[in-house]
Ligand binder design. Structure first.
Ligand code: 7RM
Length: 631
């Protein structure tokens, strides 16, 4: 297992080695894992195609490293603590031995149902232990999991299933979310009406909702487990075999299937988990992210299990039954490391300190933040009221595409600065680029954030479309991986992430392309065209502001807005609901027909004093109308 870097000098030394001798550095880290066969070559790469290959020739199964490896000495250690949505319902705890057994049995269920190495399996599930079991069971038998966040609507689920040609869907009847229950199986049924590749659906009964079961296609999880062996031979995988696909939004309308592979992902997520959180054997670690996002993959499931840590999974929401729920769970399970998103902190901050003060947070040792820039007010509130000013708060910058944390403080080891992710982790070589793609030297400078050398868990391709991967990440600035973020390097060389410089907006830590939301809005029969921009939102970080042109001259604006909202919810899901919809008679366009988003962004931000030059617009008058109708 990985021994975390103990002090700042050791960090500097590790960092230097990772730059001077990257292959020796990562070979050393990789030697802490169980490989079926060692690698022939640590790294082979070019950012032109791109081609990235780590640990070529090596063979492994990641679940042997997550589970089997710990059994001899730590079989009775807790692997998973699961806390349900309803505080009165019983929680669940699995030791490593128990989790290993559940994963093995379910791996056999998958095999029995015709799933083979390389097949894609869509997982659309609530935050319950069976979600973790399903993910690991896929990895066990070499199937590629594609977890789709259970808040996505049928059409988005169908798109993702079709893009990767999934053979199976694993789901539940329904899910609990605060006071509400939300269907899962019915959404899958609706999605499957648009899909041809799915042969079987396995359904876990979580809520006890009546569901339709299609004979020959749909099977109950508990029925399938009957009489299944607890021994499941792990599939032997090549280091560069696909481990999973995770869809994420970019600047175009269609989400991309980011592909991660077995060896590099394993090495990097385990290394960064141990180091960033400075994990110790008796920690109880809680990451509040849903497994439907990359944070849940890397730092709820794989990173902790690879390190033999105890990971806590929570089914519910921060505010149910009241805004003290997070702190009550920390108290109840004696959580020592807590990793959450700024949006959650801001909403709990708004509910007041009393909720925090009602519980004992004595065991907390390390705090983490992820998903979006954390504003200084939220940083201090989190640090003072949750961490009692004695827990290091590490702000972790990374992306679905990076697979693991890239820029962050090692808790208690690196210096902290509110609003700053800080210094890069060993193995990460960030640069700031100017418009021309030239590296900006020196400190106290701002630019486009790019990475100039590969790291083991970086994106390998976008599923089914390698050219899209090249164009998106490796083409804008030749020789670099381009992140899509802007950043500032301060006087000490610490990085502060400013935010996206492309058409991606980050709502409560969830990524959407503006084009993706526009496409959804345009599905409404009354809509002629639309333009979506982000604007600063107190709780969510960014809110969604939609400018919509109606087809008809006469319409009822209240009805129309309601309908547009419904269309977006039906197409993408509730998480993409526009916060503001402004009906306009036209959009500001250049003479060549390009929408001037810069102007719309300024209007949405409420900064109308300086709209810049509008004289080149096709119809400058629409700007006045838009400014007047601003919400
Ligand atoms: C882990 C995750 C990625 C985008 C990224 C940034 C933003 C994430 C931070 C952050 C400032 C942070 N993956 N972002 N973490 N911005 N500080 N600590 O969120 O693929 O869903 O999103 O999120 O813009 O490019 S993600």
């Amino acid at each position: 297992m990985i021994k975390p870097i103990a002090n700042y000098e050791a960090y500097l030394e590790a960092y230097q080695k990772s730059v001077d001798q990257p292959e020796a550095f990562w070979a050393d880290v990789a030697s802490h894992f169980q490989w079926r066969k060692p690698w022939d070559k640590v790294l082979d790469w070019n950012f032109d195609e791109p081609k990235i290959s780590w640990f070529e020739g090596a063979q492994l199964n990641i679940t042997e490293n997550c589970l089997d490896r710990h059994l001899a000495e730590h079989g009775n250690k807790l692997a998973l603590i699961w806390e349900p949505n309803d505080p009165k319902e019983r929680f669940v705890r699995y030791t490593y031995r128990e989790l290993h057994e559940h994963v093995s049995r379910f791996g056999n269920v998958l095999r029995k149902n015709g799933i083979e190495k390389g097949d894609r399996v869509c997982i659309y599930m609530p935050m319950i232990p069976e979600l973790m079991v399903a993910v690991l069971a896929c990895a066990r038998i070499g199937a590629v999991h594609s977890v789709v966040f259970a808040g996505f609507a049928a059409h988005s689920v169908a798109d993702r299933i079709n893009d990767s040609g999934c053979k199976m869907v694993i789901t539940a009847d329904a899910l609990n979310r605060g006071a509400k229950q939300i269907p899962c199986k019915a959404v899958v049924d609706e999605a499957l009406a648009e899909c041809q590749t799915v042969e079987k659906v396995i359904v876990f009964e979580r809520v006890g909702w009546p569901v339709h079961m299609e004979p020959g296609r749909d099977f109950w999880w508990h029925d399938e487990l009957k009489g299944v062996s607890a021994h499941c031979e792990p599939a032997v995988m090549e280091a560069e075999d696909m481990l999973f696909i995770l869809y994420t939004s970019g600047s175009t309308g269609k989400p991309k299937g980011v592909v991660h592979t077995c060896g590099g992902y394993m090495v990097y997520t385990a290394y960064t988990f141990a180091n960033v959180f400075q994990v110790k054997p008796n920690d109880v670690y809680w990451c509040t992210a849903d497994v439907g996002w990359i944070t849940g993959h890397s730092y709820l499931v794989y990173g902790p299990l690879l390190n033999g840590a105890t990971t806590l999974m929570f089914e519910g929401v921060p505010t149910y039954p009241d805004p003290g729920r997070f702190w009550q769970v920390c108290d109840k399970h004696a959580v020592t490391i807590f990793y959450t998103a700024p949006t959650a902190i801001r909403s709990l901050m708004a509910a007041g300190e009393d909720h925090v003060l009602s519980y004992s947070l004595d065991k907390l040792r390390v705090l983490g933040s992820v998903g979006e820039p954390i504003n200084e007010e939220a940083w201090h509130w989190y640090h003072i009221h949750v961490g009692k000013e004695r827990c290091p708060l590490t702000d972790t910058w990374w992306q679905t595409e990076t697979g693991g944390i890239m820029i962050a403080a090692l808790a208690g080891v690196s210096p902290l600065k509110p609003g700053h992710a800080g210094y890069p982790l060993p193995g990460v070589q960030p640069v700031l680029l100017d418009q021309e793609g030239k590296e900006i030297e020196g400190n106290d400078r701002e630019g486009y954030l790019a990475i100039k050398f590969p790291w083991p868990s970086m994106i390998r391709t976008t599923y089914g479309d390698h050219e899209r991967c090249r164009l998106n990440y490796f083409d804008t600035y030749k020789g670099y991986y381009f992140t899509g973020d802007g950043a500032r390097r301060d006087e000490q060389g610490m990085y502060r992430i400013i935010g996206r410089v492309d058409d991606v907006i980050n709502v409560s830590g969830h990524r959407f392309g503006t084009a993706e939301i526009e496409n959804a809005i345009n599905q409404n029969e009354h809509v002629a065209e639309s333009a979506v921009v982000g604007y600063p939102h107190d709780i969510k970080g960014q809110g969604i502001y939609a400018f919509v042109v109606c087809r008809e001259k006469e319409f009822d604006p209240v009805n129309l807005k309601g309908e547009i909202t419904e269309t977006v919810v039906a197409q993408i899901g509730k998480i993409a609901k526009p916060d503001k919809i402004q009906i306009v008679s036209g959009l500001p366009k250049t003479r060549s027909g390009k929408i001037m988003r810069r102007i719309l962004r300024k209007v949405a931000e409420g900064d109308i004093s300086n709209l810049g030059d509008t004289s080149t617009l096709l119809d400058p008058l629409v700007v006045d109308e838009i400014v007047e109708g601003k919400l």
